[in-house]
Design a protein around this ligand. Structure first.
Ligand code: FES
Ligand SMILES: [Fe+2]
Length: 389
C-alpha cells in the first residue's frame, strides 16, 4: 500500500464522508455470526468524528462526573468537552453544570477542582455566585447594563444513581425513564453510598469506540491480560446479554476454583448480590460511553472525554462504599487495587493504541466478530442508528 492511500485513509475529507457513512450503514442488521466491525475509517476519520459529535455526543446524555466529586456546597470540578469549558459545582440548591467562560471577555473563571464560595474572574474580577448569577462587576458603572441580571449559561443535567449526565442540546428525552431497569438492578447495590475513591488520568491516542469496545469484551483476556484476567476470568466463559435500547451488560464469571477473596478484595460489600453475582464481574455500558465494571465490593468506572477521531481522554476511577474509608487497612487495600488497575489499564491501552494504528492503514478492512464481541456488534448498531439521516 503506498503512502498516499494511507494518507487518504487518515484524512477522510468532508467529500469522503458520504461514502463512509454509506459503508457504515451497509453493515447493519446482520446476525452476529455474519456481522463485521464498522469500517476502520469510522475510527480514524475526523469528518466521521464530527458527525458523531453532532448526532451522538451533542444530542444524547453523556456522563461527566459523580456526585461524590462535589459532595459539599461549593465543591467543584472542571471539564472541557466538545468545545465547551464547563464547571460542575454544588450550589446551595443543587448540582449545576455551568459554562465557566466569563460573560465579559471570555476568560475561564476557574480550572481544576476545589471548593469555593464564589467564582472570581482572574481577568477583571467579575464575581459569580455558585448558581452562575453575576454578583458584581467592578468599574462598570458607566456601562448601560445590569450585571446582576446576568448569569452563566447552564447545561441541562440529570443525576441517576449518583452519576451526573449532561445533555448539550437541551432537548433530549429525559434519561431516567430509559434507565429504569438498570436503576432497579443497581438499587440493591446502594449507589447512594458510592464514592469515587481514586482516579487515574490517561490521554489515549485512540478513538472513543475503541475504549468502549475493549472495556466491553473479554475475548482479549486470552492475549492482552494472560496473567491479570485470563487465569481468573477466562474469556471463554464470558457472555453479553441481549441489548436494551439505552444500555447493555456483559458478564465475566470467575474460574470455579478462584477464591472469593480474589473477587472481592475486602472493601464493604456494595449491597445485596446473588451467589452468581458474587462470582463474576459485570460490565455495563450506558450508551454512548458510560462504562462501569461492578464487582462485589467496588466499581471500576471509566469516564471518557472524546477529543478527536484518534484521541480520547480517560479517567479510570475506583468507586467504593463510603464506609470503606473507615477500615483500618483501607489505604493498603486501595493502594493494591490501584496498582492492579494501573497494570490492566496499561495492558488495555497498549492493545487499543495498536488497533488505532492498524485502523489507519490502507489495508485495514472490516473484521469478523467472535460471539464474545456481542457488545461491539450492539454498539455498531447504536452508532448506525444515530448517524443515519
Ligand atoms: S474577562 Fe472576566 S472579568 Fe473580564
Ligand atoms: Fe482489557
Amino acid at each position: 500500500m503506498d503512502s498516499s492511500s494511507m494518507l487518504q485513509r487518515e484524512e477522510t475529507s468532508g467529500d469522503m464522508l458520504g461514502p463512509l457513512v454509506r459503508s457504515v450503514l451497509t453493515g447493519g442488521h446482520q446476525p452476529l455470526s455474519r456481522a463485521k466491525t464498522l469500517p476502520p475509517e469510522a475510527y480514524t476519520s475526523e469528518a466521521f468524528f464530527q458527525l458523531e459529535v453532532e448526532r451522538i455526543f451533542r444530542k444524547e446524555w453523556v456522563v461527566i462526573g459523580h456526585t461524590s466529586q462535589v459532595a459539599k456546597t461549593g465543591d467543584f470540578f472542571t471539564i472541557d468537552l466538545l468545545g465547551e469549558m464547563i464547571v460542575v459545582v454544588r450550589a446551595a440548591d443543587r448540582i449545576r453544570a455551568l459554562s465557566r467562560v466569563c460573560l465579559h471577555r471570555w476568560a475561564p473563571l476557574v480550572n481544576g477542582a476545589g471548593n469555593t464560595a464564589r467564582f472570581s474572574c482572574p481577568f477583571h474580577k467579575w464575581a459569580y455566585a455558585l448558581d452562575g448569577r453575576v454578583l458584581g462587576a467592578p468599574l462598570m458603572e458607566e456601562a448601560e447594563f445590569e450585571p446582576k441580571s446576568c448569569r452563566l449559561p447552564e447545561f441541562r443535567t440529570e443525576i441517576i444513581d449518583g452519576f451526573i449526565y449532561l445533555n448539550f442540546s437541551g432537548d433530549a428525552a429525559p434519561l431516567a425513564p430509559q434507565l429504569t431497569e438498570l436503576s432497579g438492578l443497581f438499587a440493591r447495590w446502594r449507589p447512594e453510598h458510592w464514592v469515587v475513591a481514586t482516579s487515574i488520568d490517561y490521554d489515549c491516542q485512540v478513538n472513543w469506540k475503541i475504549v468502549v469496545e475493549t472495556f466491553m469484551e473479554c475475548y482479549h483476556h486470552i492475549a492482552a491480560h494472560p496473567e491479570t484476567f485470563e487465569r481468573a476470568y477466562p474469556a471463554r466463559y464470558t457472555y453479553v446479554e441481549d441489548g436494551r435500547a439505552a444500555w447493555t451488560v456483559g458478564h465475566a464469571p470467575a474460574r470455579e476454583d478462584l477464591p472469593n477473596e480474589k473477587i472481592a478484595v475486602g472493601f464493604p460489600d456494595l449491597g445485596e448480590m446473588s451467589a452468581q453475582e458474587r462470582r463474576e464481574f459485570r460490565l455495563y455500558l450506558v450508551y454512548p460511553y458510560h462504562l462501569l465494571n461492578v464487582l462485589p465490593d467496588r466499581v471500576h468506572w471509566f469516564c471518557l472525554q472524546p477529543m478527536g477521531a484518534s484521541r480520547t481522554r480517560l479517567q479510570s476511577n475506583i468507586i467504593v462504599r463510603r464506609e470503606a474509608f473507615e477500615q483500618p487497612d483501607y489505604e493498603k487495600k486501595m493502594a493494591a487495587e490501584r496498582e492492579f488497575l494501573l497494570v490492566v489499564n496499561d495492558e488495555d491501552i497498549a492493545v487499543n493504541e495498536m488497533q488505532q494504528r492498524g485502523a489507519a492503514t490502507g489495508s485495514a478492512a472490516p473484521g469478523r466478530f467472535s460471539h464474545l464481541e456481542k457488545a461491539l456488534w450492539q454498539l455498531a448498531d447504536y452508532v448506525r442508528e444515530r448517524i443515519k439521516d
